[in-house]
Design a protein around this ligand. Sequence first.
Ligand SMILES: [Ca+2]
Length: 492
Amino acid sequence: MKIAKIVIIVVAAFFIFMAYRGWAQADICTDLALQPYGGATITSAAMVPPNGGTPAYCRVTATAGEQTDIEVRLPDNWKKRFLHLGGGGFDGITPFDPTFPPLPVEPPYDNLLQQGYALAGSNGGHRATQYPGPTFALGYTLAQDYAYTAIGTTVRVAKALIGAYYGERPKYSYFVGCSNGGRGAFNAAAKYPNWYDGVVAASPSRNMPGLSAAWMQFMPAMALTPGKVATLYNATVAECDALDGLKDGIISNWAACTFDPASLLCKGTSNDSCLTEQEIAIVKMIQSNLTLSDGRLIYSRTGVGQLNWAYAYGILGPGFVDWLTLRNPSYSSWNLNQEFPTIVEVLEGAYACSGETDALAKYLNSGKKMIVWHGSDDTLLSHYDTIRTFYDVVRAAGPGRENAQLYVAGGVSHCGGGPGADTVDLVSAITDWVEQGQVPGRLLASKVNPQTGEVLFTRPLCEYPKFPYYIRGNPNDAVSFRCKNPEIPIFY
Ligand SMILES: [Ca+2]
């Protein structure tokens, strides 16, 4: 009887303590709105109650500089981890915006909160509601924030809030992003190396001068009908699919694929099942390295998925060249050799848009980690260029090479999609590398039904230059494949 009473008192005391702790933590959360942190004005701070497996978290919104909007989520079960989420495209919304697409290389935010990561992200320095598309680029400060400084602002604010809320700084800090957010990952490592331990750059737009020029050059491809683009894609798959040992609609051994678009030349009248000589020339141009008249390579050839989003060149090329570089929206006399020095001077010189090779090499040599991932069916950016520029960095890094890992996902489009296995948890991969010293090697990727969440098939994600080669057994199971080197690996 006496023991039972003591147990009841202890249990009651425990619950009172837990409730008090909850209230106290809620007070600490709302108190964050009372003063600025990291130079930002806190616009709201409130607890979000637990929901299913997602722990309660303190949700903070802040604004800094001209238009940098920041959101930070601080979970109750914090494991001393900080994860900075990159943006995308021309930015203008935070990665927490409901219209921001989920990334296949990271688990959903609720899962990340469950795993004890404090999350943060920004709108990249401007509000899309006021500045849609590239229109922000005419403002120097907004353009500079987009180039990279919004990253520094966000990490400063997030770490100050983390310090105030938990009473200590994060032990491990990461950055993950895709496309423009992949460029952000390189900039995080290059410009703010002391703030991060590991970064994940997915489908990155790091080579901003090269890709801006490429999109301008590629604009004639906008004339190709979707039917002709599909004919080209399907003919390439028909010829190259089995080079990886399995006809599954995925070209995993893309390095060995030498499909010649000239084989699709129209015999009679042009229709969607063939290409004219002029169209073949456009395709060959897009699938060749882009060079200046002096022979200098500025953007590597593109993969088989490149033409699928050709319509976007007309927004992206002028966005980065007319608006951001030349600051002249009505510019119309594009000339590659004439404009390229200006593009480099503005995007790399003035704005420092691209993570610098020497700074990235230094980051790697200090023991910090980097994972780079790109789909071989990317619809906007060249995985060949990502490979080429990755090797620029690791060659410069020397012994720091061991701290960088590259993956090319066969048949995957821009930041996911396409026939290939696009879903892979690179946040866990970088975390295990940083916190446990577990070097990421062969990883497990899957193709998931976006409606039902059902796993349709799995594939190994092999460390570059290896690709998944089918051996035997269930073609939907990754164990039926081994990671194999192509006969002629592409390193540049
Ligand atoms: Ca195949």
